[in-house]
Structure formats: C-alpha cells, structure tokens
Design a protein around this ligand. Structure first.
Ligand SMILES: Nc1ncnc2c1ncn2[C@@H]1O[C@H](COP(=O)(O)OP(=O)(O)OP(=O)(O)O)[C@@H](O)[C@H]1O
Length: 781
C-alpha cells in the first residue's frame, strides 16, 4: 500500500515460492517441468542405447537430480496442466484429449468472440484440467437438515429473565425495553451484569459472537455511575473502554450514547472517544472539556496519557479491554502494559469512595475466544478475576478442556464448496447470484478476501458494466469530458462549488440478474471513506454486498447480515469464528459458506470446520449445482448448458481484463498479492494451505488473466514503481513478487493475520507511528 509508504522485509525462507515436485507427476514451474521432461526423454533414450542428444536436451546434471529429491508434496494436489507428464499416456489418448479441448475452445471462442492466443496469451477452458476433489459419498452431508437449532445467542425467552431482574435501575431497564426495543437480556448479560453490579472483582467475560457482550459490560458501568448523585462532566473520568480498531471503538461509543440518552436518565453523563484518524488537537479539546466514560484505541490512549495533561485518570474505576485476542494479535501488549502502569501510578480511587462505585479499579476483559494470548493479557491486566461465561441455553456441552464446546452460534448454518481454482470466480458469481434470489427481500452479504488488492479487483469485476466495449468506454469518457466543458463554458464548473462527495468504495453492482449495491472495505482506504462505507452498508435498505478484508472480521455489528462468504479461507481458526460471527447475531438466522480448493485444503473440513459445531450442521455444496443454480440454468436439465453460461460470463471478464491495461495491471497485482497472502497462513495450518500446492496458472485464470504465470507482470507496490514492472524481489520466475527477501507493504500484511506477519507488521507500525502518524490497516489510534 503505497499511501502510507510502509514497507517491511520478510524472510520467508528460500523455498517460499519455489516449485515443488511429486513422485509421479511433476508440478511447479513450467520451465522446471520442461527440464524434467527433457531429463526423462534423455533417460528413455539412454536406456534404448540412443544417446545422440541434441543441444538443450543434455544429460541431467547432478544439480538437477538433486533438485528432484526435494520433499514430496502431499498426495492430493491440484492436477497438472493438461500438458504435464503426470503419467505416460498413449499417443492416441493424448490426441483424443487434445481434440476434446480444441473443440471446447472452439465453442468458447464462438461465444466470447475473443481472438484465441492474442498477445501471446493462453486461453484454457474453465472445465478442463481441473483437479478432482474427494468424491461426495453417502457420508457427506449435502442437504441442510430440516430441524432448526434453537439460537444460542438470542435474548432469553423464559419470561423470568428481564432487564429489571438484573438489578439495574428501573429507569435504565425501562429505557432498554421501550426505547431500544430489547425484550430480555441474553444469557451472558443475565449472568454477568448482576455480578458486575454487586461485586468489585475483575472479570474475564467469554461469550460467543453476537451475544451482546458490549451491553454486558456497559450496563453495569452506566448503572453504577447513574446511581451517583447527579454531577457533571467535570466530575471525573470513571471508565475507560479500550478496543483494537477505530471502527469498533466508534461502534461501542454509539451504543454507549444510546444507553445514556434515556428519558428521565442521567443527562449529565458524558461519553467521549479518542481513536485517532482526526487531529490530536480536537481530541485534546474534548478531553479538556471533561468526560465520564472514554472509548479509545490503545495507541492513541497511551499517547494522550503521556502527552495530554488534561486527561486526568485518578478517578478511573473501570478499565474494559474489549476483543482481548485482537488487542494481543495486533501487538498492543506493550502499550497496554504502559497504560496499566500509568493508571496504577495516578490512581486515587481508594481515597474517594462513593457508595455506588467500586472501591477499587475493576478491569474487565472480553473475548469470544479463549486463546493463549488472551490468557496472557489476563495475566497482565487482571487480579483474582472471576471467569464469567454464559449459562448454557440449549445443548451446550463442554469440550475436552472444560470450555464451551460449541463456539459458533447454534442457529448459524455453515457450508463449504470444494471448487477448482479456475472456477473460483464463476463460483463466487454463482453463490452471490443465488443468495440474492434466495435470501430475504433485501439480502446483505459480506465476502472476505485475503488482501486489499483482491478486494479492489473483485469489487471492480462485479461493478463493471458487462459487455461494455473499449469503444463504448471511450465514448462514455468523451461524453463526460464534453459535459464538463459545457459546464465550464456556462461558468458552472466545479471550481466554484465543491464537488459532492462520491464514495469510490460504493457502486452499483452488475450481476447477471440483479444490481445490488456493492461496497468495499479495507485498510488502504481513507478513514472517511471507510466510515461512510460502513454506515452505508449498515443502513442500506436494498440488497447489498460488502467485499472486505479481515478489517471487518472482528466485533463489527452489521445488522441483518444474511450470508458470510469466505472466498479466501481465514488465516486461523479464530479468524474463522469471528468472520462467520458477523451473521447469526442476537438470535437471528444466518448462513456462512467457505471456498476450498481440491487437495490438501479439503483437510480443513475435518480439522477445523467440523469442530465447534453441532452434528449435521455443516453441509458440502456441490460445485455443479451451485453454478447451475447461480447461472440460471434449468434445475432439472441434464445438459451441462450451465457450463456455457458460466464460460460466457467468464470470457467477458477475461476480455475486460485484456482490453484495458490498467485493469490487467490490477488483476495481476491482485493475483500476486493473493498468492503472497496465502504464504502467511499460521504454521499449524500450513498442511492445508501450503502455497506450493497452488496452481498459479489456474489461479491466474480466476483473476481473468490469460498469460502464463511466468509472463504475468505484477506491478510494483513501491512508490514510483513503473507500471507493469515485476515487483521487486520477483526473481523466482513464476512466483509473483517472490524472492528470498521480499518487500511487503501494508496491503500485503495488514490484511492477513499470519501471526509472524502481524508481529512484524506491528513492530514496523510502531516505528512508523513514532516517526509521526500512520494510517494503518488496524487504525492504530
Ligand atoms: N438483550 C438483547 N436483546 C436483543 N438484542 C441484543 C441484546 N443485547 C445485544 N443485542 C444486539 O446484539 C447484537 C450483537 O451485540 P454485540 O455487538 O455486543 O455482540 P458481541 O458479543 O460483542 O459480538 P462479537 O463477539 O462479534 O463482538 C447487537 O446488534 C446488539 O444490539
């Protein structure tokens, strides 16, 4: 990401993007395959006594033989290109296969009107040379069960659980039911709120996504402050709430505002926030005026604690650490340690005891997951804390370690699709298309990608005007220029009046039969755009899709989200839970689908997806069925006419990529970034997500690229880098931007959650921050 100029060096090991070999077929770079083929020919000729070898077909020298002894790839790997010598085939069968492929290409050519092989490109069919996925067997669940699971994070419907029974003041309880329309507390609220009102103990609150943790810690704080004799904003700062991102901080601030603005309520309670993304001067002015509850990001809070004398913390009675695991993942441990030291040093709480207020500073740590890093944060921040988890509402069983076994909301219906790389784009189109028809009248869908470039590319794919030729585009541009000239001639050009704000991250989508509003969100976008985009998606009353990176995976409450699509698999099991947790919140229904490649990625199903969910809750979607339904082919039709429909759509994307150099550069950049992001899966999951198993050529196809991987020029991310120039460090042919020491920037790593990458990013981010200002993926405040 060039805009913050942040660049990191990573040593991914010498073999990071190097080709791999198998015992049988040879996979990897085509040059190496060619060499292996020549060596094979040479050996064959030698054994026949015919060693009259031509130049370039020389004997396999020692190095070559050594290279072949590299570790073998796992067995189930993507199938090779049709030309690969997987196993010796008879000439007759090769000729037959070739003629089938040729026939197919002819058909596609007539559909797409694209000259085959133009500019040295290679046009392969979507439907040939794809690796086989493990077959669907009788044991594979392919249909959703009729039986619906009772929601596990819904407000309690037992009649006895009311807000008034939680022990909060009647004014507040009344406000929740009448103004905020909340009928009853959720399970975690029922358990934790009375505890936090009655005791002054630290607490670790763990509850699944969408279970209302925000109100769980806000209610006791607001309630106990409300019980004080009415004072004012100058009475002091009583609570600090820390959250890892600006978006989350703002969301918490908004909930807080709605809570304190209750009729007959304590109008004097003043909330505030300091999260960065605005001038420090404005934040200082707010702090100077005084506030009673402060929501902040850790970096910005520490900055003010160290440099803003107006921020007095001697009366702080609560410190809340929300999204504990994310705070740790983003490397805030050190900042939090310093914040705690400052709070301890300046605290005078013990001297000023108010009857309703805690007699000591209470720290509350919240998390949906219980990872080692959360426990570490607990060790740093909590003293003799109570562990508070929700009372089990339905069939809640405990896992082997005694913790809650089911982590995803019970009512969330999950599925996965094992789809070859070449078909990924048509697969995404089909899933979206289908969801737009199948879900509610105005569905909301979120699609997770591994990196910002991929978000940008796919946003452009689905918002492009299909079938628009270059001539049409030029004509449109001409008309726009002319309109501007006319305005100028009339003296009404935009110079005098400020141009209205047009959010570049929101556009009308162009899917086959629908035009949803498509949004994109990632860390390379300016803060005002991100805020406006989230607000638009949240409030949208029409069908809407959000393409995003993991910046939207944690804590964000996006109301009425129907479907979560993990187009790129998450980088850790926790990321998975948080991503899918954006739907099925507070008892609502929700669906989630994950894309997996045939081969090692399929192992992820048993290892991760099936864990933490109820029996029979995970369904495997059939690729053909999904594409058939998504592309509107007749359901009962036995003919594979959906292939033609999908090919036609894909050809249009390819043509759009090919015809415009800037689109081709965007596609190449996205393809390169996608592969680099793939290398950052956590080590425990490398067995499923190993970049050596990726078929770069097939992946390129799904980015609308026709070039062979070695011919794809990944534009440099470096400032001033020439367009179309391969990225620095791209010395290993066939590997986008690959090299031993590689340059990553924020868009590479800011959006991926590889633990090492995050750690390194964080260190560099701190350095950048010290140098003065950083607009980062993670909104370091
Ligand atoms: N008692 C309740 N009744 C109905 N809805 C509720 C209740 N409490 C909270 N909610 C709603 O549930 C949604 C999720 O709440 P919240 O964002 O606090 O969840 P969370 O547990 O923090 O989730 P995550 O772990 O994903 O951050 C919000 O829209 C909130 O308004």
């Amino acid at each position: 990401m060039g805009d913050d100029g942040m660049i990191l060096n990573f040593d991914l090991g010498g073999d990071s993007l190097a080709p791999a070999r198998t015992s049988g077929g040879f996979k990897g770079r085509w040059t190496d395959r060619l060499k292996a083929k020549r060596a094979q020919n040479y050996r064959a000729k030698k054994s026949n006594g015919n060693v009259n070898v031509a130049v370039g077909e020389g004997p396999p020298v020692r190095q070559r033989a050594e290279r072949q002894e590299r570790p073998q790839r796992p067995k189930a790997q993507p199938a090779p290109e049709p030309t690969e010598p997987e196993k010796p085939k008879s000439r007759a069968s090769l000729v037959q296969a070739d003629s089938v492929l040729k026939k197919k290409r002819q058909e596609l050519k007539s559909l797409g009107k694209v000259p085959e092989g133009a500019n040295g490109t290679f046009m392969s069919s979507l439907w040939t040379g794809n690796p086989e996925a493990a077959p669907i067997t009788a044991d594979t669940q392919t249909e959703e069960t009729e039986e619906k699971q009772a929601p596990s994070n819904a407000p309690l419907a037992d009649g006895a659980s009311t807000f008034a029974n939680l022990g909060i003041t009647p004014v507040l309880a009344n406000h929740l039911t009448t103004k905020l329309n909340l009928k009853a507390p959720t399970a975690i609220q029922k358990t934790a709120v009375p505890e936090l009102i009655k005791t002054d103990s630290d607490a670790f609150i763990q509850a699944e996504t969408g279970s209302g943790k925000t109100l769980t810690y806000l209610l006791p704080i607001v309630d106990r402050i409300m019980r004080m004799d009415a004072t004012s904003r100058q009475a002091g700062l009583f609570a600090i709430i820390m959250a890892p991102t600006r978006e989350l901080s703002r969301q918490i601030y908004n909930v807080l505002e709605t809570l304190i603005h209750c009729k007959n309520g304590p109008h004097w309670i003043v909330p505030g926030s300091v999260t960065g993304g605005e001038k420090k001067k404005s934040e200082k002015a707010r702090l100077r005026k005084g506030m009673n509850i402060l929501v902040a990001t850790p970096g910005r809070l520490l900055d003010h604690l160290q440099n803003t004398t107006a921020l007095e913390v001697d009366k702080v009675r609560w410190l809340v650490l929300d999204e504990g695991d994310r705070l740790m993942e983003l490397g805030f441990e050190e900042d939090i340690g310093k914040i705690l030291d400052i709070l301890n040093a300046r605290s005078k709480v013990a001297m000023q005891v108010e009857s309703s207020m805690p007699k000591r500073r209470v720290t509350v740590l919240c998390s949906a997951t219980m990872k080692a890093n959360v426990q570490k944060l607990g060790e740093i921040s909590l003293k003799e804390a109570n562990y508070i988890a929700a009372e089990k509402t339905n069939d809640g069983e405990d896992g082997e370690d005694g913790s809650e076994k089911f982590l995803a909301p019970a009512q969330l219906r999950q599925s996965y699709i094992v789809i070859p790389a070449k078909l990924r784009l048509v697969g995404l189109n089909a899933i979206l298309q289908r969801a737009l028809i199948r879900e509610t009248a105005h569905p909301k869908i979120i699609v997770f990608f591994s990196c910002t470039d991929s978000v940008d590319f796919h946003f452009s794919v689905f918002t492009r005007k299909a079938q628009q030729t270059e001539a049409e585009i030029k004509h449109e541009q001409f008309l726009a220029r002319q309109a501007k000239r006319d305005l100028k001639a009339k003296g009404e050009d935009g110079e005098k009046k400020p141009e209205p704000f047009v959010n570049p991250a929101i556009e009308k989508g162009h899917l086959l039969n629908s035009q949803p509003l498509i949004h994109k969100l990632h860390g390379s976008l300016a803060q005002n755009i991100r805020t406006a985009t989230l607000a638009s998606f949240t409030k949208s009353k029409t069908a809407s899709i959000l393409f995003c990176t993991d910046v939207a995976a944690r804590g964000l409450d996006l109301p009425n989200l129907d479907l979560v699509v993990q187009f790129d698999p998450p980088f850790s099991p926790d990321d998975h839970l948080h991503r899918i947790g954006r739907t099925a919140r507070a008892g609502r229904d929700g669906r989630a689908v994950m894309f997996l490649l045939p081969g090692p990625e399929e192992g992820y199903v048993d290892a991760v997806l099936k864990k933490g969910i109820r029996e029979g809750q995970l369904v495997r979607a059939d690729v053909d069925e999904v594409i058939k339904k998504g592309f509107g082919a007749e359901e009962k039709s036995k003919k594979r006419d959906f292939e033609d429909k999908a090919s036609e759509w894909h050809l249009d994307v390819e043509r759009w990529v090919m015809e415009q150099p800037e689109v081709a550069a965007m596609a190449a950049k996205a393809w390169g970034a996608h592969i680099r992001a793939y290398t950052t899966h956590v080590s425990a999951e490398k067995q499923f997500f190993n970049h050596r198993g990726l078929h770069y050529g097939h992946l390129a196809k799904s980015f609308g690229l026709r070039e062979k991987p070695t011919a794809i020029k990944v534009p440099s991310n470096e400032a001033g880098g020439a367009k179309g120039k391969p990225a620095r460090g791209a010395q290993i042919k066939g590997a986008p931007g690959a090299g031993k020491k590689r340059r990553f920037d924020m868009e590479d790593i800011g959006d991926v959650a590889g633990e090492e990458a995050i750690k390194k990013m964080r260190m560099a981010a701190r350095a950048m921050e010290r140098k003065g200002g950083l607009s980062s993926e993670f909104n370091i405040g």
